[in-house]
Design a protein around this ligand. Structure first.
Ligand code: TXA
Ligand code: MG
Length: 312
């Protein structure tokens, strides 16, 4: 993809000065700051209205940089070689001499790390002497942003620079896997679990539901467009927006479709932007058609289920 190098250099100057910059990634846009600086990281929490106890993901350019802060292990190396850069976040042990700000981890001894694939975020990370802490660039509990305009809509001029990298190609947050002990999926995401299971030669499917909440991304009321959502609906009410998997011949004014033919990658890419569009079109509630729980459908249903916990 083409990018504007002078904007990336502007971003570097702001970040060097402990400011926050919104960056495009292939999953969703991130609100980035120097992960080694308390002052910079604190600004992320304030802008997002994020509770301090919810730790951040740190974004790295390469393995060499990561090794300054984290212990790596065999499972990590297998997954890293196969899937990074890309939509997967690893939980690893922090090194004792790591420079990561205690505000990133909420003083935990583990760190969430990711290698984004988007050309702009990679170019930027390559220029910096520090990794970037970056949660999704939305107000806490709301739908994640998948384009520069979404970030603008949420923060209304409070962010000094938003790097515009077009639409995020995946459109869902990264899959989070803990590699501290036995590999465990903590959040479903843009990389499907079965691919990770195959790579590690183990079945990871059970790990998600059987555990207590340890990642706030698993908490109820998250990813919410701010209006009620009803799931698995065959017939929507008259005044309700109806979210459908694929294009339908009898498209009505309140019908929104997520893909032409039901392709789940396309559905994922369009999900958040369509939820935002429905809100902008002033609908007061959303009915969603049943969506398959195969592959990426699992992540899509996870997000819709959490969004459906909104009740006022
Ligand atoms: O795709 C993504 O992952 C995007 C882009 C910007 O990289 N980022 C993102 O960040 O979704 P955020 O902050 O919205 O979600 C990060 C999740 C949170 O639910 C947080 O609780 C969890 O990661 N997390 C962070 N550090 C953790 C740790 N040490 N152990 C367990 N969970 C952790
Ligand atoms: Mg988020």
């Amino acid at each position: 993809m083409k990018y504007n190098l002078s904007n990336i250099k502007k971003a570097k100057i702001l970040l060097d000065n402990k400011e926050c910059v919104a960056i495009p990634t292939e999953t969703v846009y991130g609100l980035a700051a120097n992960a080694y600086s308390d002052k910079a990281v604190k600004k992320i929490f304030k802008l997002k209205k994020r509770p301090n106890h919810n730790p951040l993901i740190v974004h790295y350019y390469n393995l060499e940089n990561l090794k300054k802060d984290c212990e790596v292990n065999k499972n990590f190396m297998k997954l890293f070689k196969r899937f990074s850069p890309g939509p997967i976040t690893y939980i690893l042990k922090l090194k004792k001499n790591s420079k990561i700000s205690g505000f990133v981890t909420n003083k935990k001894k583990t760190l969430a790390v990711r290698f984004p694939k988007h050309a702009i975020s990679r170019k930027l990370l390559k220029l910096l002497d520090y990794p970037l802490a970056a949660p999704s660039a939305n107000i806490s509990t709301k739908v994640s942003p998948v384009c520069a305009q979404d970030v603008k809509d949420d923060f209304k001029g409070k962010i000094k620079l938003i790097l515009d990298g077009g639409r995020s190609s995946v459109g869902l947050e990264s899959t989070i896997i803990s590699l501290i002990n036995k590999p465990q999926i903590l959040r479903l995401g843009g990389l499907i679990t079965s691919n990770i299971s195959k790579c590690l030669n183990t079945n990871l499917n059970k790990s998600l539901n059987s555990q207590k909440i340890i990642t706030p991304g698993q908490m109820k009321l998250h990813y919410s467009p701010g209006i009620p959502i009803r799931l698995n609906i065959k017939k929507p009410k008259k005044n309700e927006a109806y979210l459908m998997l694929k294009k339908n011949k009898n498209l009505r004014d309140n019908f929104y479709y997520l893909s032409k033919n039901g392709d789940l990658n396309e559905v994922a890419k369009n999900l958040y932007i369509t939820l935002r569009k429905i809100k902008k079109d002033k609908f007061k509630s959303i009915a969603v058609e049943k969506i398959t729980s195969r592959g990426l459908g699992k992540t899509i249903n996870d997000r819709l289920l959490k969004a459906s916990k909104f009740n006022g």
